[in-house]
Design a protein around this ligand. Sequence first.
Ligand SMILES: [Zn+2]
Length: 349
Amino acid sequence: MFLWLIAVSALAQELDPSAQTDLGEPFFSKPFDGAYGTSGFFDHDPEGTGEKHQRTAWGSVTFGKSGHVGWDWVLPVGTDVFAVADGVVEFGGDRGDVGCGKNRRVPSSVEVYVRHVGPDGQIYRVGYLHLDRARVTEGDVVRAGEVLAQSGNTGCSSGPHLHFVVELLANQLALSGEKVDPFGWSGDFADPWAVSTGFRSSWLWLAGEAPPVIRHQRHQASGEGPQVIGVTNVAWQDDRRPNAESVTLALSLESAVNRWPLDGVMIRNNGGDTYSFPEGMTLRRGRPIRLYSGVGRDAGQVVFWGNDHGMWDDTADCVWVLDADENVLSSRRWGRGRDKPCPLEVQDW
Ligand SMILES: [Zn+2]
């Protein structure tokens, strides 16, 4: 609780709208009641820069899926989701299987998109994804605060949450636009997203209406899925010979399935470095996969991170196995405090 309070108060300062470089003309009211953890931030670093983190609206770096240009809040299934402004519904309903990359199919993807005209005459489209039920449909005229849907866990999602995305459209006829961050930009350097796309994010929340930003408390490993069964790290000169280090993953015996697709699954160290498995790779029961820190050719059950130096601290570190939404599938610590779990909270502020 103590740490939580620190995190919340620190953020309250960082999200002071007056710190914005472009205040804009706010007109959004809150998309839901109450306070829920934030599991994904709008990533202000454009894709293709090679980084593997999210650059927050206030300029800091946080661990998360790179290229995520929306916000995720961990709303329990069934939570009312509101229109943030008066507008017209462009789509409300189930888009079916939207496709979640190789090998992954989903039965339904319930989404709502609403168009709004801002006080500055700009046209915005706000999307609400992973819903359980949509309560509006195309053409409906909605008022700010009106219930649009109940949140859920549909589409490409591995846990209940709301994905909230804002686009700025060039005109009423535009079918798509540029993603912008409704939390604007308050970093002390130029917003990389604006530099890259030409679209400046401005603070869009009316006074007191911005959802609180609280780092999501990751859930404990369920005992399902990939588990770390071995770590080879205390090697001589592993910093010069990174392949002296490895981490071995196996499918948990408790898993109800015999195969676990590794698309989107990440391995992370205490320093925040992450490794993502090659597309299409699957962990099979009884066939462990070993990840070496150095360079080599992926083959069968052996994969290489591709570094020219060690990735694991010999004295104390944590291996985290995370899914695409940063949920901890499993973790393992060694060195100091090795009997304790790895911390579930990432504190980058
Ligand atoms: Zn998201």
